[in-house]
Ligand binder design. Structure first.
Ligand code: TTP
Ligand code: MN
Ligand code: MN
Ligand code: MN
Length: 404
């Protein structure tokens, strides 16, 4: 009793999907350290170790106060020997040697830089490192064969490694909304991913698109992409068609975490707001000067040619400041929308835990398309995320509390 009065004891349920994890993390030093080890494991293609560190970090993210003593962690789930050792080192010495040496290691640094290129995964990066390629300069000099995604990723490397702000996400939302409404009136666009969870920055912007009438969404993506491309909004795009009905392993039992929706991985060209204002002013001045230079003989211009020039000024083809932003677009039929929304809102660990809960505890298979009840041998319908949580016997967790 006396001990319990001295230290705060924590208690959290073992699956991340049973917990409310907000962005208000009281243990960032510890979770950053464990996340770095998770990332290193994932980059080394040791996924099991990666998940173990992710789960440990997620438990600490869910705690209501900072951990100050190891004794507070007694009885907490998902904290293995390795994670506990790292936590202990940080609590006692302010840092973990393992985390620090990983951070400094040439291999980790090279893996981070190379996989930081859009289109480059751990396997490719590992192959390049074995060929002596450790940085972008060496990659450019090497003559290594790059696919179209990697070329775009390398070209826009600096822009893409810069975090996307909520304001930029909002600007892109407006563009995507206009595109979608133009090609299919009545279609709906929802911001998903980290921004739906309330994050203020992200590595990309994720959208889910549907239409309230089943079937109207078929073939929608190429139309959206054509509209965006014709307006010059796309620097890169790769569209994959819907393959949901083609899979042998059947719906609800996808062979990987990847879903089979019609999707488009893209890089947007986003004009910078303040810069645009400045540039328009500069261009106005410049163009007026050049107009004067070239039209000295025609001093009395009619108002119509003026308005024509004004129109040109609002769409300057060059000199405009812009930046590249990663954008993911996904199209779902309305019948699968709730599952797609749940699946694309994340976090990645929250999704993984939902699926693990469904399989291990409920004997169900959850995907971004459907929920299958193995005992009843039937699909369970859902029109909302709330209904899916209910089917799974879970308390509803809103997006802002899925930041595991
Ligand atoms: P991400 O955009 O990778 O992650 P995020 O939005 O949570 O984080 P960030 O702010 O850094 O962008 O993925 C968003 C969600 O989409 C994530 O929960 C997993 C899901 N997803 C799929 O369901 N299938 C896929 O193939 C991919 C790539 C993601
Ligand atoms: Mn709090
Ligand atoms: Mn995202
Ligand atoms: Mn994404």
């Amino acid at each position: 009793q006396i001990n319990e009065a001295e230290v705060v004891l924590f208690s959290v349920p073992s699956y991340a999907c049973q917990r409310r994890t907000t962005l208000d993390n009281h243990n960032t030093t510890l979770t950053d350290a464990l996340s770095l080890l998770a990332e290193n494991a994932e980059l080394s293609e040791e996924d099991g170790r990666g998940v173990a560190f992710r789960r440990a970090a997620a438990v600490l993210k869910a705690l209501p106060a900072p951990v100050t003593a190891m004794s507070q962690l007694r009885g907490l789930p998902c904290l293995g020997d390795h994670s506990l050792r790292v936590i202990k080192d940080i609590l006692e010495n302010e840092a973990s040697d393992e985390v620090e040496s990983t951070k400094q290691s040439e291999r980790f640094k090279a893996l981070k830089v190379l996989t930081g290129i859009f289109g480059v995964g751990a396997k490719t990066a590992d192959r390049w490192i074995r060929d002596g390629i450790h940085n972008l300069h060496q990659l450019r000099e090497s003559g290594a064969a790059l696919n179209r995604a990697q070329q775009a990723g390398l070209e826009h490397y600096d822009d893409l490694k810069q975090q996307v702000t909520k304001a930029e996400a909002d600007a892109i939302t407006e563009i995507v909304q206009e595109a979608v409404i133009s090609v299919l009136p009545g279609a709906q666009v929802v911001l998903t991913g980290g921004f739906r969870r309330g994050k203020q920055t992200g590595h990309d912007v994720d959208f889910l698109i549907t239409h309230p009438e089943e079937g109207r969404e078929v073939g929608l993506m190429p139309k959206i992409v054509f509209w965006l491309e014709s307006k010059g909004f796309l620097l890169y795009q790769k569209t994959t068609r819907n393959s949901y009905l083609e899979v042998k392993d059947g719906p609800g039992r996808p062979s990987s975490n990847m879903d089979r929706f019609e999707r488009c991985l893209s890089i947007f060209k986003l004009a910078e707001k303040e810069e645009r204002a400045i540039k328009v002013t500069e261009n106005t001045v410049k163009t007026k000067d050049s107009v004067r230079d070239h039209t000295q003989s025609e001093t009395d211009q009619d108002p119509q040619s003026h308005s024509y020039e004004r129109h040109e000024l609002t769409n300057p083809p060059v000199h405009r400041r812009w930046r590249a932003v990663r954008v993911d677009l996904v199209v779902s039929p309305i019948s699968q929308f709730a599952f797609a929304l749940l699946g694309w809102t994340g976090s990645k660990l929250f999704e993984r835990e939902l699926r693990r809960w469904a399989g291990h505890v409920k004997a169900m298979s959850l995907s971004s398309h459907a929920l299958y009840d193995n005992k009843q041998s039937r699909y369970l319908r859902a029109a909302s995320e709330e209904e899916i949580f209910a089917h799974l016997g879970l308390e509803y967790i809103p997006p802002s509390e899925r930041n595991a």
